[in-house]
Design a protein around this ligand. Structure first.
Ligand code: HXC
Length: 257
């Protein structure tokens, strides 16, 4: 499948989606959103694909929502079109995906990266929510996801000053799981993706659902949700296989059921 604004390839069970609007530093416009929705849905529906990576270029993961597209839109257009609400379809992806960030991840670019299950950063990565400088605020989840990731004080600092955070600060703050040399970003992301792709697929989805429940529930309901998922996966063939393989000291052979 070919797209206007992204490149998609597979390497074994890993789908690699690359933002590809170099002339605009991968700024996210409506076409990017449509392309990403389709690419993620295709990944999610393909039983051979077990993990995805979303990345950009060396200079920019994405420098934000496309300011030139938003410039002429007032309240009626934004509200009427429910501008960019379609990105919620990307967050509905059930299977795991990683954002591999090099260069600028600003505004909507940072917000898109934060939709990922795991973020890894090149040492060149720069994160920011500079919307305030445009007279607005994050609109794709930045005020919520950044605060949950790095806490109130740093999130307020980022949103109110519009400053950028480098990769080391992002790692210290818990925004990214690790920082790697820029030249090794894709290799490192692929290693991580292949490790995830080698896990029992239903357990991968269940683990993702359990961690994500943290953001939607109180502790008691979250614990109950986790316990019920745990009980549920005990009915899978892969659970029997996983525990038998451990006892027999051999790798598991997963069936995805
Ligand atoms: C449209 C963009 C863009 C953007 C860069 N470009 N960011 N176009 N929307 N968000 C374009 C520039 O206009 C320019 O095109 C080309 O990309 C290269 O950018 P330069 O500015 O020349 O590069 P550089 O000097 O290296 O500066 C890089 C930068 C800067 C620091 C990242 O481009 C920048 O500040 N960009 C805007 C960042 C931002 O404010 N993001 C938040 C957007 S609001 P031309 O044709 O002029 O050469 C947002 C809201 C999300 O994301 C919520 C939506 C619901």
């Amino acid at each position: 499948m070919s797209y206007e604004t992204i490149l998609v390839e597979t390497q074994g069970p890993v789908t690699i989606i690359r933002l590809n609007r170099p002339q605009a530093l991968n700024a996210l416009n409506s076409q990017v959103m449509r392309d990403l929705i389709d690419a993620f849905a295709t990944y999610d529906a393909d039983p051979e694909q077990r993990c995805a990576i979303l990345t950009g270029s060396e200079k920019a993961f994405a420098a934000g929502a496309d300011i030139k597209e938003m410039q002429a839109k007032g309240f009626s257009e934004m509200y009427g079109e429910n501008f960019f609400q379609g990105f919620e379809k990307v967050t509905a992806t059930r299977k795991p995906w990683i954002a591999a960030v090099s260069g600028f991840a600003l505004g909507g670019g940072c917000e898109l990266a934060m939709m990922a299950d795991i973020m890894i950063a090149a040492d060149s990565a720069r994160f920011g929510q500079p919307e305030i400088k445009l007279g607005v605020l994050p609109g794709m989840g930045g005020s919520q996801r950044l605060t949950r990731a790095v806490g109130k004080s740093k999130a307020m600092d980022m949103c109110l000053t519009g400053r950028m955070m480098d990769a080391a600060e992002a790692e210290r703050g818990g925004l990214v799981s690790k920082v790697v040399p820029a030249a090794e970003l894709l290799d490192e992301a692929l290693k991580m993706a292949q490790a995830i792709a080698g896990m029992p697929p239903l357990a991968a989805i269940a683990n993702k659902e359990a961690v994500n429940a943290t953001f939607e529930t109180g502790l008691a309901m979250g614990l109950l949700f986790e316990r019920r998922l745990f009980n549920g996966v005990c009915a899978t063939e892969d659970k029997s296989e996983g525990m038998t393989a451990f006892v027999e000291k051999r790798p598991g052979n997963w069936k995805g059921r």
